[in-house]
Design a protein around this ligand. Structure first.
Ligand SMILES: [Fe+2]
Length: 457
């Protein structure tokens, strides 16, 4: 996948600013809604030189696909105090905001600080596939925050995505002594590169981003809630315009935040529900379909010994995740509309690390035979706790009936502040389209499931 040229990005921003500047205000004012009154109050207060509002702002705006990427999207944000009338105004690309969708609020208490965090999730349904939308997230007293997104395609089509794990934040949050002088340092395994990788994803502008766990290492920081805030402040510039679809890593396990430590992760994200989940495991594993691709995100803390958070978590699903995963794989391989199965997870099965976090034996024993049996095409992990200085980009070419479908993979190093990219490696994966099974001489079901995809450099 080639990054979009600067000219395209520049003209796109100009267009969007025009739409936001003229379209949204005009549309809201014309509707005569309370949002119009709030916008007027905000403008008036700003003009008088005082703080526009005392209510919490819309922080950390971000997106997640629903189970069907063509028709569902969830818009999420968070606050430190309760709010009223959290909602999303949904508009088309002409700036006409014609639907209002109320948000559901969740909360969790960070055990370390005693802080309660409120997260708000508006589930948008009945969207048109392969369509662009503008939206505004707002709650009582807050200035609206804007984003835009495109829904995924239905049926075989070009699909693009990026992926990395282990990001951290680019911020400094802890005092330390260096050379006898007091200074501030990053306190969550992050680095300045964490800012640049977000910029790099935006330069590529994929349909979605897969985040393979260890998002911000809040469990290590001196202030876990602030670290989550920093993480979202860094990622919202991308995640408000394209879904960042996560898998939980060992550092999402925060001691004291729920029985197995994932209460913060489960509050910030709203991903498709999955069979077999309980209040304890809600949101930890899920899948969605986009074009001819089935994406499955799994939670390796359920089976791995590696535990970055201190909560005793292994075995928390009591086999429910394994059963769900096998059912997902079986159904995907039986679906003639799905060519590619992509599995996203954190701890890796194979690693080059020699004296730090590396590969997990439990994964090779529990997951790999299952993934092999159903010939999963691509498994993406994170897992080494080394800050990401690059990411992979994937582009699926659906091919023609009776022929192969091709996935092009590009690994980028992020080489410049803000996200300048350098191609480090490229290769392609190729496999027969699953609709070739309708031909009498083609392998069927499990037979085809045993065929590995080919790799070309
Ligand atoms: Fe990890």
């Amino acid at each position: 996948m080639t990054p979009a040229p600067d000219t395209t990005i520049a003209s796109g921003l100009s267009r969007r600013r025009l739409l936001f500047g003229a379209g949204f205000v005009a549309a809201v004012a014309a509707l005569g809604t309370p949002e119009a009154e709030a916008a007027e109050r905000t403008a008036s207060a700003a003009a008088n030189g005082r703080a526009p509002h005392a209510d919490p702002p819309v922080d950390g705006l971000h997106l997640q696909f629903g189970a069907d990427a063509g028709t569902e999207m969830v818009v999420s944000w968070h606050t430190r105090t309760p709010v009223q009338r959290a909602r999303v105004l949904l508009g088309d690309t002409h700036g006409r905001f014609e639907r209002t969708v109320g948000a559901t609020t969740r909360s969790y208490v960070d055990e370390q600080s005693g802080t309660r965090v409120y997260t708000h999730h508006a589930h948008l349904t009945r969207l048109r596939a392969r369509a662009g939308y503008l939206y505004a997230a707002v709650h009582e007293g807050a200035a609206p925050q804007f984003g835009e997104f495109r829904t995924g395609p239905h049926g075989r089509a070009r699909v693009t995505f990026t992926s990395f794990g282990d990001q951290g934040t680019p911020t400094v949050g802890k005092q330390a002594s260096q050379g006898g002088k007091a200074t501030w340092v990053n306190d969550n395994l992050g680095s300045l590169a964490a800012g640049d990788t977000t910029g790099g994803v935006e330069l590529v502008a994929p349909m979605f981003h897969l985040f393979n766990g260890d998002l911000c290492y809040a469990n290590l920081s001196t202030d876990r809630v602030r670290t989550w805030w920093d993480f979202w402040a860094n990622s919202t510039r991308s995640a408000r315009n394209r879904p960042w679809m996560p898998s939980p890593g060992d550092h999402e396990n925060e001691l004291g935040n729920g029985t197995i430590g994932y209460a913060a992760y489960q509050a910030y994200f709203s991903v498709p529900p999955s069979a077999g989940q309980t209040a304890l495991t809600r949101g930890l594993w899920y899948s969605f379909k986009i074009g001819g691709v089935r994406v499955i995100s799994i939670a390796n803390g359920d089976i791995c010994d590696r535990d970055g958070g201190g909560s005793d978590e292994r075995g928390y699903s009591k086999g429910a995740q394994h059963a769900w995963l096998e059912a997902q794989l079986r159904a995907a391989r039986a679906d003639h509309g799905i060519d590619w199965i992509v599995v996203c997870m954190h701890q890796v099965a194979i690693s080059a690390a020699s004296d730090f976090n590396g590969a997990d034996l439990e994964e090779r024993q529990e997951w790999m035979p299952l993934l092999d049996r159903y010939a999963v095409d691509l498994v993406i992990g994170g897992g080494t706790s080394a800050p990401a200085y690059g990411f992979a980009a994937f582009e699926v070419d659906p091919g023609r009936p009776g022929h192969d479908t091709i996935m092009s993979v590009t690994y980028y190093n992020v080489t410049e502040v803000g996200g300048g990219l350098e191609v480090a490696d490229t290769f392609t994966l190729r496999r027969p389209r699953s609709d070739t099974r309708s031909r009498p001489d083609s392998p069927t079901g499990a037979e085809r499931g045993g065929m590995p995809c080919g790799l070309t450099r």
